[in-house]
Structure formats: structure tokens, C-alpha cells
Design a protein around this ligand. Structure first.
Ligand SMILES: Nc1nc2c([nH]c(=O)n2[C@@H]2O[C@H](COP(=O)(O)OP(=O)(O)OP(=O)(O)O)[C@@H](O)[C@H]2O)c(=O)[nH]1
Length: 139
């Protein structure tokens, strides 16, 4: 039965692999005090009611790291579908190579540009592990 209906709420989170001109991807370390603190993740966040995933990312990139981009610069790559204890995460991952500004940690995170082949050295949330190979293949 549990494989048919989990009863968990579905949480839609949009995430973005920002890629620099050297083919490195920006990871952000979740600050202390938050769920999954210390783990490295892609910038992004929960899609709010009335928002598309793309609009959500444009807002989150601006709020979290001061980066500006536009909808045509967000290319869908893959997605994560992963059950946490209290919700099931559905997380589209976009790739963005064209953006304006210099990434700054505006919410107490640590930011790091990382080559996809090195991403396994950075502990990430369980939902993210299957996404790394897509970035290795792409970049
Ligand atoms: N942004 C982002 N969130 C991820 C990734 N992987 C992953 O499991 N998540 C999960 O997706 C949810 C994202 O929500 P969020 O960043 O908006 O929320 P949050 O926990 O910081 O909470 P808050 O912003 O409400 O304080 C979190 O539960 C986070 O653990 C990822 O690579 N990037």
C-alpha cells in the first residue's frame, strides 16, 4: 500500500545550476539552524502559489545571491523526485549560463563554484545525488 499512496504532501521546489564560463556550477551551503544545515545545494526554493518554476527561480536567485536572469536563459535539465520524512519533493533542475551580477551570499550561506566532477566531494541533500551525473554529462 505504501508504494501506492504515501499520504505525503508534494512540495514543488525549483532549483538552478548556474554555470560560469569555466563550466563550474554554483553550490550554496545551507546555513545552521535550517533543515539539512551544512549540506550543499543548488540555489532555488519553493514555488509560491501563482508562480511558475521559472518565475520562482528568477525571484530566488535575486533574493538569495543577487543574480539576475531572464526566463529564456533557464533551460530545463532534469528533475528530482524524492521522499523526505514529511513531504515528497519534486524539484525541476534548470541550467542557466547567461546571468548578470556576481553571486553574493545574501542569506548567510557559503557559496562555491564547483566542477561537476568534484560535486560528489560536497555533501548534498539526498534528493540531489542523482542530479550530479546529468551535470557531468552536460558540462
Ligand atoms: N533550493 C534547494 N532546495 C533543495 C535542494 N535539494 C533539496 O532536497 N532541497 C529541499 O527543498 C526544500 C527547499 O526549500 P527552501 O530552500 O525554499 O526552504 P527552506 O528549507 O530554506 O525554508 P524557508 O525558506 O521556508 O526557511 C528544502 O526542504 C530543501 O531541503 C536543492 O538542491 N536546492
Amino acid at each position: 500500500m505504501s508504494q501506492i499512496l504515501t499520504g505525503k504532501r508534494l512540495l514543488l521546489v525549483a532549483a538552478c545550476a548556474l554555470v560560469d564560463t569555466d563550466g563550474r556550477v554554483l553550490l550554496a551551503q545551507r546555513p545552521e539552524g535550517k533543515q539539512l544545515a551544512g549540506l550543499w545545494e543548488f540555489p532555488g526554493g519553493k514555488v509560491e502559489p501563482g508562480e511558475t518554476p521559472e518565475q520562482c527561480l528568477i525571484r530566488e536567485l535575486q533574493e538569495e545571491i543577487g543574480i539576475e536572469t531572464d526566463i529564456p536563459c533557464l533551460a530545463p535539465l532534469t528533475f528530482a523526485s524524492h521522499s523526505y520524512d514529511d513531504f515528497h519533493l519534486l524539484m525541476p533542475l534548470f541550467v542557466c549560463r547567461r546571468f548578470r551580477g556576481i553571486a553574493q551570499p545574501k542569506e548567510g550561506q557559503v557559496l562555491k563554484w564547483v566542477r561537476p566532477k568534484q560535486m560528489r566531494d560536497y555533501p548534498m541533500p539526498p534528493a540531489d545525488a542523482p542530479l550530479i551525473q546529468f551535470l557531468i554529462d552536460l558540462l
